[in-house]
Design a protein around this ligand. Structure first.
Ligand code: KG4
Ligand code: ZN
Length: 339
């Protein structure tokens, strides 16, 4: 049996560390920075990296402590190398390299999206390739064909904004607090999702691409139209706009996922990333799975949003293949997803 792996994730505004043993999560600690960025309505990169630098030692120590695993008993260290905010990534990378060197452990860099994809198999021991992976986060909206021994094959992705980014931007338009996705989902609860007729872009053509900038602009126009004489938006209008946006944004995901499964001739779908925490998306995918006869896997909420357990899981695969990185491993802002 391979020893447990320490995962470190600091690509954006979460400082996370986890210890994973095979498919068992022994500890997963996530320190969010909501309070740091909330006054600015979005992530301020310099503040993110400073907070990571302040927290990283204690978060890693807490993960090892909770797992009851001594550093010397680890099989390796997996750290997110990108994509993400470069300053934030460097905090995790520098710490990971130093930690690996200090305890004589192998080090591997992990692509953040490969981490999200690994969260599905971590959550469901029965899930095995081939399957379709739908990554829906603040930075990515893409469909992949997942096979056992090749890198994830991109089937289609967004041409512009990511779906999580659209949730965050629309939340801001509606005057909801940061982080926007969960706030928007809450605001949508009492709303009527048919109240506002919004476009579902890219649905007409046969492709597997997404687009969210047009939908965001359409919401912006509807917000302006519904403001009262004093410029305010009443509760009813806010709830209806939130619900109608959420419906349009998630319907597009469900439609393209169905299309990808049919086109690839596959019967399993894994939905991963922060937006996979969205309840309406979960319900609609589950309904489509019943109607079409495919199996849908959603990680538990804690493994949907950024975490280090998924990084440890993806890193463990690289380690098992004998892959290693050294102290020259650098951070990257963009790159295709490797195996
Ligand atoms: O995967 P993640 O934690 O970080 C990235 O890799 O981007 O995803 C964060 C995104 C944010 O845009 C956030 O607003 C969105 O996921 N999100 C949600 C929900 N929870 C988080 N969007 C819709 N509904 C949710 N419940
Ligand atoms: Zn993420």
């Amino acid at each position: 049996m391979t020893p447990p792996v320490l995962g470190i994730e600091s690509s954006c505004d979460e400082m996370a560390a986890a210890v994973v043993d095979g498919r068992r999560v022994l500890a997963s600690i996530v320190h969010g920075q909501g309070d740091v960025h909330a006054p600015y309505g979005g992530v301020v990169p310099e503040l993110a990296s400073r907070d990571h630098a302040r927290r990283i030692s204690q978060v890693v120590e807490a993960a090892l402590g909770e797992a009851g695993v001594a550093p010397a008993a680890l099989g390796g260290v997996a750290v997110t190398a990108g994509p993400g905010l470069v300053g934030s990534l460097l905090v995790g990378l520098c710490f990971g390299k130093a930690f690996a060197a200090r305890f004589g452990l192998p080090l591997v860099g992990v692509h953040h999206v490969a981490g999200h994809l690994a969260s599905a198999e971590l959550a469901d021991p029965e899930l095995a390739p081939p399957y379709v992976g739908l990554v829906v986060s603040g930075g990515h909206t893409a469909l992949y064909r997942i096979t056992a021994d090749a890198p994830p094959a991109l089937l289609g992705e967004t041409r512009d904004d990511a779906v999580g980014e659209a949730f965050d931007k629309v939340a801001k338009l509606l005057g909801l607090p940061y982080p926007g996705g969960p706030a928007l989902a809450r605001a949508a609860e009492p709303g009527d999702e048919q109240a506002v007729d919004l476009p579902r872009p890219m649905l007409a053509g046969p492709g597997l691409e997404f687009s969210y900038s047009g939908l965001k602009t359409a919401v912006a126009l509807e917000v302006e139209r519904r403001r009262d004489a004093g410029g305010a938006l009443d509760e009813r209008a806010r709830a209806d706009l939130a619900a109608s946006f959420q419906a349009a944004a998630t319907d597009a995901l469900v439609a393209k996922a169905r299309r990808a499964l049919a086109r690839e001739g596959l019967g399993r779908l894994a939905v991963v990333g922060g937006v996979a925490a969205n309840q309406r998306l979960r319900e609609r995918v589950a309904a489509a799975a019943r109607a079409d006869g495919f199996r849908a896997v959603f990680p538990p909420l804690a493994l949907c949003t950024d975490n280090a357990a998924m990084i440890a899981a993806a890193g463990a695969r690289r380690l098992a293949r004998g892959e290693r990185d050294d102290a020259t491993l650098g951070a990257f802002a963009r790159a295709p997803v490797p195996a």
